[in-house]
Design a protein around this ligand. Structure first.
Ligand code: ATP
Ligand code: MN
Length: 462
C-alpha cells in the first residue's frame, strides 16, 4: 500500500497507535503558536480530518511556509492518542513532503462556511469541501447499493443506448444529436432538412429513458435493470430537475402492478438502509450542518409501510383538504409537486404510492384498466422530493397497444411492438431518478448539489 488512508487510521486506530504512518492529503486548515503548529489533513476518504502536529523544534517556518489551506502534503510520523480535545488520534510529524502549494491569495476555498450557491460557481473545486465530499461518498455508496440489490436478486445489468432514433419515448423533450453543418443544412426537394445526410442517416437524439429498450431485455432475460445517464431538454429550473441525470430502470417480465410496487418499496428501503449503515459519519455531518431531522426522516421511511392509494382517491383528498394550492386540482390534472407533497407531508405523513392515473396524463405503454379511463401507473411520492419513482405495468396486449400508439400518432416503433407480437407477457417496471434519491438521503435542498458537474439550462461548465 502506498500510504495509509485516513479513514483506515480512524477505523483501526488501536492497531496503528504507536506506529509510524504515511498520510497524504490536502490541508484543510492550519493553526498554532510559536512552539507547535496543527494541521487538519483530509484525504477524501472520510469526513474526519486527521490532526498533524508539527513541533517547531523539528520544522522551521521556511519548511512549513507552503503548508496552507488547499496545499497537498505527505507526512510521515508517529500515530498517537491525541492530548487535545476534538480528536482521538493525531500524527507527530517526522518528515514533510510538499506536493503542490495553494496560494492563499487566490485559492477560492479559504474560509469556512461558504454558501452552497458560491460553491456551485466553483463546482470544479467543491468536492474538496467537507459538504460535497460527504455528498459524493454517499452518492457512491448508493450506486453500489443499487447494483448489489439487483445483483443479489438475480437481475441483469442491461445497457441501453444513450443515442436513440426513437423520438417516441415520450418522457420529455430531447437533445438532438447531429453532425450536420448547422450554418448550411442540407434540404430535400420540399425544403425540409435532409436527415439522410446526417450521421445516422436519420434524426437522432440523446435518450430520455432506457425503458423501451429495457423491455426488450426483460422479455428475454426475465429481470433486468439499467443504470445510466439520461437527458431531458426541458426548461425546468427547479431544485428537482437536471438536464443530465442518472436513472435506474428495472424492468421485470411476469410482474404485475402489485409486484412492481413491492419491488419499488423494498428497493428504496434497501438503498436508504445501506446508506444509514455505511455512511453514518457523512449523514451525521450533513444532519448537523444542514438538516437536523435527516437521520430521523431516513429511519422513518425505512420503518414504515408506504401508503398505496389510487389517484382518484388522492385527488379527492386534495379537493377536500381546503388548502389553497398554487395550481388547481381536479380529476384529470397532472399533479404538481405541491399536491404530491401535501399528500405525503401533511395528510399521510408517510411515503405514498399513487396508482391508476388517468390515461391522458401518462405514457402510451401503460396498461389500460378495465374502466377504460385509467392506467396501471404507480408514482412513488416522497417527503421533501415529491415524485421519486415513476413506473407502471405495461400494456402487453398487442392490439390495445397498437391502437393507443396510432391514437397518439407514434410511428417507426415496430421493433417495440415485436415484444407484444411475439411471446408477449405481463411485465412491469419503473424509473428512479438517482439524484432524487441522493437528494433525499443527503437532505440537500437542490439537485444541483448532489451531482459533481450539474447540467441545467444555461449552464454547461467543465
Ligand atoms: P417530474 O414530473 O418530476 O418532472 P417525470 O414524471 O417527468 O418527473 P419520469 O419520466 O417518470 O419523470 O422519470 C422517472 C424518474 O426520473 C422520476 O420519478 C424522477 O425521479 C426522475 N426524473 C425525471 N426527470 C428528471 C430530471 N429532469 N432531473 C432529475 N430527475 C428526474
Ligand atoms: Mn413520472
Amino acid at each position: 500500500m502506498p500510504h495509509n488512508s485516513i479513514k483506515s487510521l480512524f477505523e483501526n486506530s488501536a492497531e496503528w497507535i504507536g506506529k509510524v504512518v504515511d498520510v497524504k492529503g490536502w490541508v484543510r486548515s492550519r493553526r498554532g503558536n510559536k512552539y507547535v503548529q496543527f494541521v487538519a489533513l483530509n484525504d477524501g476518504t472520510s469526513i474526519k480530518s486527521l490532526q498533524i502536529v508539527f513541533d517547531l523544534e523539528k520544522f522551521n517556518d521556511e519548511q512549513l511556509k507552503g503548508v496552507t489551506t488547499g496545499s497537498a502534503i505527505h507526512v510521515r510520523g508517529l500515530l498517537v492518542e491525541s492530548q487535545g480535545k476534538g480528536q482521538t488520534i493525531e500524527v507527530q510529524a517526522e518528515t514533510l513532503e510538499l506536493y503542490g502549494t495553494a496560494d492563499p491569495d487566490t485559492y477560492p476555498l479559504q474560509k469556512k462556511g461558504h454558501s452552497l450557491e458560491f460553491l456551485r460557481e466553483k463546482a470544479h473545486l467543491r468536492p474538496r469541501t467537507n459538504t460535497f465530499a460527504a455528498v459524493l461518498r454517499i452518492r457512491h455508496a448508493l450506486a453500489y447499493a443499487i447494483h448489489k440489490f439487483f445483483n443479489d436478486k438475480g437481475f441483469y445489468y442491461f445497457h441501453t443506448p444513450l443515442i436513440t432514433a426513437s423520438d417516441a419515448e415520450g418522457a420529455g423533450a430531447q437533445f438532438q444529436v447531429t453532425t450536420l453543418p448547422l450554418e448550411d443544412l442540407p434540404v430535400d426537394k420540399e425544403g425540409n432538412i435532409d436527415y439522410s445526410k446526417d450521421f445516422f442517416g436519420k434524426m437522432a437524439s440523446l435518450t430520455v429513458s432506457g425503458q423501451l429498450e429495457g423491455e426488450l431485455g426483460a422479455t428475454a432475460l426475465g429481470c433486468i435493470y439499467t443504470f445510466g445517464p439520461t437527458f431531458r431538454a426541458e426548461n425546468s429550473n427547479t431544485p428537482r430537475h437536471l438536464s443530465e441525470f442518472w436513472m435506474i430502470e428495472p424492468e421485470m417480465a411476469f410482474y404485475e402492478i402489485a409486484d412492481n410496487m413491492d419491488l419499488a418499496e423494498e428497493f428504496i428501503k434497501y438503498c436508504i438502509t445501506y446508506a444509514l449503515e455505511h455512511c453514518k459519519d457523512d449523514i451525521e455531518f450533513l444532519a448537523e450542518h444542514f438538516d437536523k431531522e435527516l437521520p430521523e426522516r431516513l429511519k422513518f421511511v425505512v420503518e414504515n409501510e408506504f401508503i398505496r392509494l389510487p389517484y382518484t382517491e388522492g385527488v379527492k383528498i386534495l379537493e377536500e383538504s381546503g388548502k389553497k394550492f398554487e395550481f388547481p386540482v381536479y380529476w384529470g390534472v397532472d399533479l404538481a409537486s405541491e399536491h404530491e407533497r401535501y399528500l405525503v407531508e401533511e395528510h399521510f405523513k408517510k411515503p405514498v404510492i399513487l396508482t391508476d392515473y388517468p390515461k391522458e396524463i401518462k405514457a402510451f405503454y401503460m396498461k389500460l384498466n378495465d374502466d377504460g379511463k385509467t392506467v396501471r401507473a404507480m408514482d412513488v411520492l416522497f417527503p421533501k422530493i415529491g415524485e421519486i419513482i415513476g413506473g407502471s405495468q405495461r400494456e402487453e396486449d398487442f392490439d390495445k397497444l397498437k391502437n393507443r400508439m396510432e391514437e397518439l400518432g407514434l410511428e417507426g416503433m415496430d421493433w417495440y411492438l415485436d415484444t407484444r407480437r411475439y411471446g408477449s407477457v405481463p411485465h412491469s417496471g419503473f424509473g428512479l431518478g438517482f439524484e432524487r434519491l441522493v437528494l433525499f438521503v443527503t437532505g440537500m435542498q437542490n439537485i444541483r448539489d448532489v451531482i459533481p458537474f450539474p447540467r441545467y439550462p444555461k449552464n454547461c461548465e467543465y
